[in-house]
Write a protein that binds this ligand. Structure first.
Ligand SMILES: Cc1cc2nc3c(=O)[nH]c(=O)nc-3n(C[C@H](O)[C@H](O)[C@H](O)COP(=O)(O)OP(=O)(O)OC[C@H]3O[C@@H](n4cnc5c(N)ncnc54)[C@H](O)[C@@H]3O)c2cc1C
Ligand code: FES
Length: 257
């Protein structure tokens, strides 16, 4: 069930110049949050930012009643959010959208993340690990400083890195990493659209099941304003309500363009 709640920030960490994470504590009992679901956060104290901002849930600790968000500073809203400190409150609508199909992972899934798209993959890795499945996680970025929180994945996954400038791991984009061309029981991906389309095209060519998590611009976050619509093989779909995670078998139109 969706809820609007004032969370209290209990921790803030900076990850390089562009990324920070916030741990949010619920005052009562938190709603269950599936990997790949997102929240809409209110940016208080900003004259320019009217609309809530969609952010994936990076981590969940059900016992502690906390969730963690990993945020990249790209504009006014995320810059304002970066000023929040422990003790401050954050008004959040959650949980939103449909997450990854965890039950379809099989025993050898690959998770491919780029940029802020890395965020939802930690929660997914931990849920898979809790089912006895150790995924391979392939994280990409222009340079090593733009691949945050790699170490957080290591207890739950085999972690591989690809950088465009060769500053860490494989020199090149994620789809040229030798491990990418191996066979997997499932591929889950979130990140920049060109990266996800390349991952989806490759998965389709190899007949591998694959889910993509789209990050279209959003406003309402609940399917009312239609500003996040994407073209699928089944017609137009709201990324916020029908996604953000889509099975690529319904997305030929999207990844072939
Ligand atoms: C379902 C979903 C989950 C997301 N999860 C995360 C997350 O976990 N961590 C994170 O850092 N970001 C995430 N994003 C992206 C995040 O919502 C945007 O970066 C944020 O709304 C930008 O707000 P702003 O006011 O700082 O920037 P704005 O001033 O609104 O925009 C600044 C620049 O960022 C671009 N931009 C804005 N929104 C997006 C977007 N959705 N995708 C790509 N470019 C955008 C704009 O075109 C502009 O160039 C997610 C987006 C969606 C739809
Ligand atoms: S953001 Fe309003 S319909 Fe998706």
């Amino acid at each position: 069930m969706k809820e609007i709640h004032n969370f209290t920030i209990t921790a803030r960490r900076q990850h390089g110049a562009q990324y920070f994470s916030l741990v949010l504590q619920h005052a009562g009992s938190m709603q269950p949050i599936a990997p790949g679901q997102f929240v809409e956060v209110l940016v208080e104290g900003s004259r320019e930012v009217m609309l809530r901002r969609p952010i994936s849930v990076h981590d969940v600790d059900e016992k502690a009643g906390t969730m963690t968000l990993l945020i990249q500073i790209v504009g006014n809203g995320t810059r304002q959010l970066s000023t929040l400190q422990p003790g401050d409150r954050l008004n959040v609508v959650y949980p939103l959208g449909h997450g990854f199909t965890v039950d379809a992972s099989g025993n050898h899934p690959l998770l491919v993340g780029g940029g802020a798209g890395i965020a939802p993959l930690l929660h997914l890795s931990k849920v898979l690990a809790s089912k006895g499945i150790k995924p391979t996680v392939l994280l990409g970025g222009r340079t090593v400083g733009l691949i945050p929180v790699c170490d957080e994945f290591r207890p739950y996954a085999d972690v591989l890195v690809a950088t465009d400038d060769g500053s860490a791991g494989h020199h090149g984009v994620v789809t040229t990493h030798p491990a990418f061309s191996q066979s997997y029981s499932m591929i889950y991906t979130c990140g920049p659209t060109p990266m996800m389309k390349a991952v989806a095209r490759s998965a389709a060519q190899r007949s591998l099941p694959c889910e993509v998590s789209l990050e279209n611009m959003m406003a309402c976050g609940v399917g009312a304003c239609l500003c996040c619509v994407t073209d699928t093989d089944q017609g137009h779909r709201c990324v916020c309500k029908d996604g953000p995670v889509f099975d690529i078998t319904t997305m030929h139109k999207w990844y072939e363009n």
